[in-house]
Design a protein around this ligand. Structure first.
Ligand SMILES: Nc1ncnc2c1ncn2[C@@H]1O[C@H](COP(=O)(O)OP(=O)(O)OP(=O)(O)O)[C@@H](O)[C@H]1O
Ligand SMILES: [Mg+2]
Length: 1011
């Protein structure tokens, strides 16, 4: 059931009609046709109405929409049937066939092409080369077959004048691996004669109008079809000649794609040319004999057929007759016989050419090297495009055969459709009620029954020696079939004046009454062709032509058995066809022609009614509805309609799908209209299904909204979960990085306690960004720990020096060029015998006294200095700093104390940033001590400023708990000397031997010798 189509397009399945009447059927068919819906289902059968215009419903998007879908999921379409056939073939490894029927111009051939196109489009997704080439040959073969087998008729500009059944073989993958074409009853009489307004086969016009100059010249032809008897009438039947030209090109290229060699193509055109020339031959009576008019034509014909001119001439004018006893005589034709013989030859040439082309295509597409053990089961889809029922004003032998063929197909249709229904009911355990339908077996028997049937009577008449006329044959039919309810003639019903005596008989076909004219029946059935022609063609030097005439191999005396008649041959081929179809799962396309004038607008009710009637479409609907119009497996039914019942939506909690389906049926009160099979639910009336469909359609938008809501929620939740997951992963990773850093720090520093440098050489791992602060703190902690370890090992005697150095570091590091931290600080240089060997003992004595006197505990610093005296003269003096006082001593007078100030009066220090040894001790009384330290023997270049500054700073912090600020200036130190502010600058002067102060304008300059 199509859900994409609204009801304003009519019902997409005739099964849904309220009442199955011709009126309702036609009304629905017409409405759909007018709404541009050319396809309608009857269950699985597609009814197609020829739109007579290009429809935009065959594109790739449409193919995609039908691919792999169930019938009811999309609107009715050929593709739906093609897909169903393909699916059945692929899923269940079933051979299937698609039977396309309908009258001339109803669209059978077009439908078969769309079906093949669909199958080609959905197969071989992996584009395997060999499969692609099979597909292209299958598709191209249509073009060639249409050129040689189709013609313009009054009913159809491209009417197939032969029946076609094509098998497509598939491998286990469902890809086409080959195929086979069977052709039926080519209308060869068209070669020599066409009805008014009709044409010969397309191939002739294509050759004449599309062939190159050279080609035509080599065939002794010219471009104008009116020059040839067989094409002159059709030449005026208007189809654009450009079409013939472009079709010629297309056919040439198709022949090449299929694999015809150039020699083969040449032979094909030579045969066509031969036929055209044969048509132009003229015979005239000359004396007793019949003669050919003009010699050129025979020469051309013999050249084109690769035969001797004389043999050709002879075959056209005489026939060889075997007398008893193995003797042979030549018998001249009458003019009529000669002309008849020529036409028979032309028809036979064309028929055999067509048969050979089909055979040649088959040899290309036939499945080769197929090994079922290796390649799996080989399955088949058959496509039958065969002439539909024909009723003309004058119905002859051909219509008789065609209508017989349709009777056979109808038989098959009834048989299969009913049998399938019956089988299914049986399988599902449903009681089956017999359906009354018209069984046309009786008509089939009328035609084909041995001894009694019409074909048998015709054959008997042909076998009878001597002249048997068509009317004699009719008499024989009257005798044998007089009581048959489906046969009548004027003789049998003299009151029926529509028929003529001795000429007409009527068969009541399942599709309607058809009156046949018996005229020509015997001849067409016998289809005689003089043996001489067969032998002549077999002896042709053209191997391809020779191949088409194997029966010419026998010599005249050998020919004994009569060939089978045309009707028997046809009957046999149709029986074989039916057998072939009967073992396949059938799918039907029933084509309807809406009007006689090829109009896309007109829906001719009477004509359509007629077709609906004889295609048995109403019966088809009846059969479909008689039992149960619809059936569906429980799970699928449930899936489709579960939203219409509260117990089944969204999911049921019952024991089985069947119980859930029962719940749906109960809720809707449909119990009386359904039956429960083993696996399927059967619905008797379409209305039930229709109600469900309507309810479903109403619910779908709500469900869509609901699903959208749920799905959006699901999407959001998914996104949220993903984000959370991302953050969790990120968190874990971060923790891992942190831990990894800890572990790494731990690993690297685990052993530092035992290392000689306490891990100074250990490199810190780079911390993650989040551990930057932690990293700094641990580094700091580590350094403190390391410092402690180092300090712990310093002996107490060295501690004072270390502390002083730390203090100096704080005060001078980075500010002063050199502060002597690299050496040991002796402090009391004046007492040091190595530094001052001459004066140290003297000084030690003095300090002993001073210690007693001033009660100091320790000497912080002592050394010789250059300094200014009260009169601002520079003098060499000694400086002694103890923990109590700062002394200025006169070295020359046994280190006599010249000045003594308490150490606490010092408030800050100033030094320069250079290498000079000047230091200023600023005092609270603005009487600063300005000295330049001098160095003794231990190191004339030692820097002692750092030592002095560090010692004093440390002393102040430790002993006095105050800090002693230290200023480091590059130059221009401000001092107060005896209360007066002075500026001391530093200068290096050439020629200066020792550092010394010199007066300047602002105060003093410390002059330094060059380095
Ligand atoms: N589906 C279609 N879309 C468009 N045009 C179509 C379609 N089917 C048929 N026709 C038109 O109708 C014409 C006749 O169709 P087609 O040749 O298939 O008829 P047919 O049933 O094969 O007749 P015949 O028995 O004479 O061979 C096509 O040439 C085409 O112009
Ligand atoms: Mg056709």
């Amino acid at each position: 059931m199509a859900e994409l189509e609204g009801l304003h397009f009519g019902k997409s399945d005739f099964v849904l009609l309220d009442e199955v009447t011709m009126e309702q059927f036609l009304e629905n068919l017409k409405l759909r046709f007018e709404e541009g819906r050319i396809y309608t289902f009857i269950g699985e059968v597609v009814v197609s109405v020829n739109p007579y215009r290009q429809m935009d419903i065959y594109g790739n998007d449409v193919i995609e929409a039908y691919r792999g879908r169930e019938l009811y999921e999309n609107p009715p379409h050929l593709y739906a049937v093609a897909d169903a056939a393909y699916k059945a073939m692929k899923r269940r490894a079933k051979d299937t066939c698609i039977v396309i029927s309908g009258e001339s111009g109803a669209g059978k051939t077009e439908a078969s092409k769309y079906i093949m196109q669909y199958i080609a489009a959905i197969t071989n997704p992996s584009q395997r080369q060999e499969v692609e080439s099979v597909k292209s040959v299958l598709l191209k073969s249509n073009c060639v077959l249409e050129a040689f087998g189709n013609a313009k008729t009054n009913r159809n500009d491209n009417s197939s004048r032969f029946g076609k059944y094509m098998d497509i073989n598939f491998n286990f993958n469902g890809d086409p691996t080959g195929g086979h074409i069977n052709n039926y009853l080519l209308e060869k009489s068209r070669v020599v004669q066409q009805q008014e307004g009709e044409r010969n086969f397309h191939s002739f016009y294509q050759l004449l109008r599309g062939g190159s100059e050279d080609l035509l010249k080599s065939l002794h032809l010219n471009k104008d079809p009116t020059d040839y008897t067989y094409t002159s009438q059709g030449a005026v039947a208007m189809t654009a000649s450009t079409d013939d030209r472009s079709h010629h090109r297309a056919v040439m290229s198709a022949l090449k794609v299929i694999g015809f060699s150039q020699e083969e193509i040449n032979s094909i055109y030579k045969i066509l040319a031969t036929i055209l020339h044969l048509g132009n031959l003229k015979f005239e009576n000359e004396a007793e004999n019949v003669q050919l008019v003009g010699g050129d034509l025979v020469m051309h014909i013999s050249e084109l057929t690769g035969t001797e001119v004389e043999s050709m001439r002879k075959a056209l004018l005489y026939r060889t007759v075997a007398t008893g006893g193995g003797e042979v005589i030549e018998k001249g034709h009458s003019e009529q016989e000669a002309s008849y013989g020529r036409e028979a030859l032309a028809k036979a040439l064309y028929e055999r050419l067509f048969g050979w082309i089909v055979g040649r295509i088959n040899s290309v597409i036939e499945v080769k090297n197929y090994n079922p053990a290796l390649h799996g089961k080989n399955t088949v889809i058959g496509v039958l495009d065969i002439y539909g029922f024909e009723i003309f004003d004058n119905n002859s032998f051909e219509q008789f055969c065609i209508n017989y063929c349709n009777e056979k197909l109808q038989q098959l249709f009834i048989e299969l459709i009913l049998r399938q229904e019956q089988d299914e009911y049986q399988r599902e355990g449903i009681t089956w009620q017999h359906i009354e339908y018209f069984n046309n077996q009786i008509i089939v028997d009328l035609v084909e029954q041995p001894h009694k049937g019409i074909i048998s009577i015709l054959d008997d008449a042909c076998l009878t020696v001597g002249k048997v006329t068509d009317s004699a044959c009719l008499d024989s039919m009257n005798d044998k079939l007089g009581h048959h309810p489906h046969f009548t003639s004027r003789k049998l019903t003299p009151t029926d004046k529509t028929m003529e005596f001795n000429r007409h008989f009527r068969i009541r076909h399942y599709a309607g009454d058809v009156m046949y004219s018996v005229e020509g029946f015997l001849d067409k059935n016998k289809d005689p062709l003089f043996q001489d022609f067969k032998r002549l063609m077999f002896n042709s030097s053209d191997p391809i032509l020779k191949e088409m005439w194997p029966d010419g191999k026998l010599s005249i005396t050998e020919v004994t058995k009569r060939p089978l008649t045309a009707a028997t041959l046809f009957k046999n081929s149709i029986i074989a066809l039916v057998d072939k179809l009967a073992c396949k799962e059938p799918y039907y396309v029933r084509c309807v022609k809406p009007n006689e004038v090829k109009s896309p607008m007109l829906f001719d009710d009477a004509r359509c009614q007629h077709q609906v009637a004889y295609l048995g479409l109403l019966e088809n609907v009846h059969v479909r509805r008689a039992g149960f119009a619809y059936r569906q497996p429980y799970d699928r039914f449930l899936q489709r309609y579960k939203m219409t019942c509260e117990y089944t939506w969204p999911n049921h909690l019952m024991g089985s799908d069947r119980e859930a389906v029962e719940a749906i049926v109960l809720q809707h009160n449909f119990e009386g209209d359904v039956a429960y099979g083993h696996t399927k639910l059967f619905v008797r009336t379409p209305r039930t299904l229709f109600t469900l469909e309507q309810e479903r359609t109403a619910l779908i938008p709500i469900l869509v909204l609901f699903l959208q809501k749920v799905w959006r929620g699901a999407l959001a939740r998914m996104r949220c979960r993903r984000m959370r997951a991302i953050y969790t992963i990120m968190g874990c990773y971060k923790r891992y990085k942190v831990k990894a850093h800890f572990w790494e720090v731990e690993r690297r520093f685990a052993n530092v306690r035992n290392m000689t440098d306490y891990g100074k050489s250990v490199e810190w791992p780079a911390p993650p960004a989040s551990l930057m602060q932690f990293h700094r703190i641990t580094q700091h902690l580590y350094r403190r720990w390391k410092a402690r370890q180092i300090i712990k090992n310093i002996p107490p005697s060295d501690m004072a020096e270390v502390r002083a150095k730390v203090a100096a570091l704080g005060a001078l590091s980075g500010e002063r060029t050199d502060w002597g931290f690299g050496r040991s600080w002796e402090r009391d240089y004046l007492a040091n015998a190595r530094d001052c060997p001459l004066t140290s003992s003297n000084f030690v004595r003095t300090t002993k006294d001073l210690k007693n006197k001033d009660q100091y505990n320790q000497i912080l610093f002592s050394g010789f200095v250059r300094m200014l005296n009260w009169f601002n003269n520079t003098k060499d003096r000694a400086l002694l700093i103890t923990d109590k006082h700062i002394y200025r001593l006169e070295p020359k007078k046994h280190f006599k104390v010249q000045k003594r100030i308490p150490i606490e009066t010092v408030i800050s220090l100033s030094v320069t940033s250079g290498t000079d040894q000047m230091v200023v001790l600023h005092t609270v009384s603005k009487d600063d001590v300005l000295v330049h330290l001098q160095r003794g023997q231990l190191g004339p270049n030692q820097d002692r400023i750092g030592e002095l500054v560090g010692t004093l700073c440390d002393h102040f912090v430790r002993q006095r708990s105050t800090s002693l600020p230290v200023k480091v200036l590059s130059t221009g130190i401000q001092v107060h000397l005896s209360g007066k502010p002075k500026t001391i600058t530093v200068e290096t002067r050439p020629g200066q031997v020792t550092a010394d102060f010199r007066k300047s304008r602002a105060g003093f300059i410390l002059l330094l010798p060059p380095q």
